[in-house]
Write a protein that binds this ligand. Structure first.
Ligand code: 13P
Length: 260
């Protein structure tokens, strides 16, 4: 890892009702109060229906946790039955929004165009967009992963005004590593974060922030963060337990403190 401030985001996906969510945030908040991670930014991306309660507890307990959403519609408020807008999220103190997670792209037909539109609508209201990119196994096996991911990144950033660059974080999440228990190796993560940074710099990003996601857990986080040039993690399964998520935060924090 480099000496940029790490960021770790817990993506709860479609897990935890609001009571369970409150319980988890309470536990995590207490762990962070007892042993703060001084150098690492912490975000939880909760299901829409949990946001209000999670936001209230973070606020009232003054937990050092920022709130994220997992998706948003790219349109303004209006006739979009069942959808949620950026302004609704903003009212709930949501500061971070995942954009183009592979589960949205694959299962809910989120096209590259919609990903780009969504990213622009998120940063336009001042929220941080976490743009997710990553290849399927077949693409990696045919050695097309670099070209594929670079194209995905460029497409998502098309039409984005430079003044919003600081609000964009990129998460490399290869589909074959998500929820499989098989994480990318440090070498694979390094190769892809280097590629993403090169593309971002070519698009005039001055200090690109790049995360890795895919079967990150309390056991592999320290090695991944030590041996690769990653700025932190986007964590699924291991973010559903306060202890395992906290261990990942600590691994990033320790590594940053050593390397700084
Ligand atoms: P897992 O950590 O469960 O593999 O999920 C990764 C992910 O998709 C985070 O967005």
């Amino acid at each position: 890892m480099n000496a940029r401030r790490p960021l770790v985001i817990g993506n709860w996906k479609m897990n935890l009702d609001f009571v369970e969510a409150l319980h988890l945030v309470q536990q995590l908040g207490v762990l962070l109060k007892n042993r703060p991670v001084e150098h690492t930014d912490v975000v939880v991306a909760a299901p829409f229906v949990d946001l209000r309660s999670v936001s209230s507890i973070i606020d009232s307990e003054r937990f050092a946790i920022a709130l994220g959403a997992q998706h948003v519609n790219s349109q303004e408020n209006g006739p979009h039955t069942g959808e949620i807008s950026t302004s609704m999220l903003k009212r709930l103190n949501v500061e971070w929004v995942l954009v183009g997670h592979s589960e949205r792209r694959v299962h809910y037909f989120m096209s590259d165009e919609i990903v780009a539109e969504t990213l622009r609508s998120v940063v336009r209201v001042g929220q941080h967009a976490v743009l997710c990119v990553g290849e399927e196994l077949s693409i990696r096996e045919s050695d097309q992963h670099e070209a594929f991911v670079a194209a995905q990144l460029k497409s998502a950033l098309r039409g984005l005004d430079e003044k919003f660059h600081a609000l964009v974080t990129v998460a490399y999440e290869p589909l074959w590593a998500i929820g499989t228990g098989v994480n990318a190796t440090s070498a694979q993560v390094s190769e892809m974060t280097a590629l993403l940074r090169t593309v971002l710099r070519s698009l005039s990003f001055t200090s690109p922030q790049v995360l890795y996601g895919g079967s990150v857990n309390a056991e592999n986080a320290a090695l991944l963060v030590r041996e690769s040039d990653v700025d932190g993690f986007l964590v699924g399964g291991a973010s559903l337990k306060a202890e395992s998520f906290y261990a990942i935060l600590q691994a990033c924090d320790d590594c940053y403190a050593i390397k700084r």
